[in-house]
Design a protein around this ligand. Sequence first.
Ligand SMILES: NC(=O)c1ccc[n+]([C@@H]2O[C@H](COP(=O)([O-])OP(=O)(O)OC[C@H]3O[C@@H](n4cnc5c(N)ncnc54)[C@H](OP(=O)(O)O)[C@@H]3O)[C@@H](O)[C@H]2O)c1
Length: 283
Amino acid sequence: MKILKSVLQVRTFVNVLRLKICIIWRCLNDITMYNPFSLENKTILVTGASSGIGRGIAVECAKMGAKVVVTGRNKERLFETLSLLVNTGHSAILADLSSQEGIEHLVDEMPLINGYVHSAGILKLCPVKYIDRSVLEEIVNTNEIAPIVLTSMLVRKKKLVKKASIVFIASMSGVFVTNTGESSYAAAKGALSGFAKSAALELASQGTRVNTICPAMVPTKLSGLFDTAFSDGGVVETAHTKYPLRRVGTPEDIANGVIYLLSDASSWVTGINLLIDGGFCLM
Ligand SMILES: NC(=O)c1ccc[n+]([C@@H]2O[C@H](COP(=O)([O-])OP(=O)(O)OC[C@H]3O[C@@H](n4cnc5c(N)ncnc54)[C@H](OP(=O)(O)O)[C@@H]3O)[C@@H](O)[C@H]2O)c1
């Protein structure tokens, strides 16, 4: 009788222990699974994904669980980006966004999306007195007209699912500060920020959010143009001294802001210019 009692006690103890372990395991799982920044079950279009910031955004979005549609003009570099994406279900579409046909081709080929990140852009430095129509048109065409026309077409062709998020990579130049030689570029980026605010208001009724990110210097092919444009050189090399946080940016710094704006963590955020600048604008 005594032996039976102790066996029953041991059994009860083991069962209670099992139950407790089970509860702790579930709690731990809930804690580790909880991630308001997750991009699971979202399909995201990233333009300018063949290089620099756009490539970084595509790579980080895939790590957060998104299916990514990458687009750019250079086939080799675009497919290199595709090969860098973790998990499966990603795709690549070649398109030149400076033409109407290029934009139409992209929209026709792409699936329904939950998010659109426009990183495609060009920088051409030109002092005010040398600006002519052709330089201006080239800059405005890629940096301003392309994202506006693409947004309009995505809405018209119903390519955005409900509660979609649009993120434009603008610049601190033209929205917060600017620099000599950048007037055309700043004009295009400032206009893009203005468009984003108005579009945010208009598309809010469908739950679509529209925001811009305004980066300071991130060494890429594009920012490297500063060095070739200025005769004293070394602009990118010495840039970190102008940043309170003592470094220039990385594509990942920008991608982390993009992930926030694409994710449900920012579901009450629309029409903002998110400045990511290492403190540059404080000085
Ligand atoms: N880097 C910075 O310091 C900095 C600072 C503030 C804002 N930004 C903005 O960040 C964005 C990305 O710049 P980045 O530094 O990553 O430059 P990047 O390395 O030169 O990349 C630019 C991307 O834009 C694409 N692109 C350019 N013209 C295009 C067109 N007509 N059609 C389709 N794609 C086109 C390029 O595609 P292909 O290479 O395939 O032609 C490339 O993928 C730009 O909008 C830029 O204005 C950059």
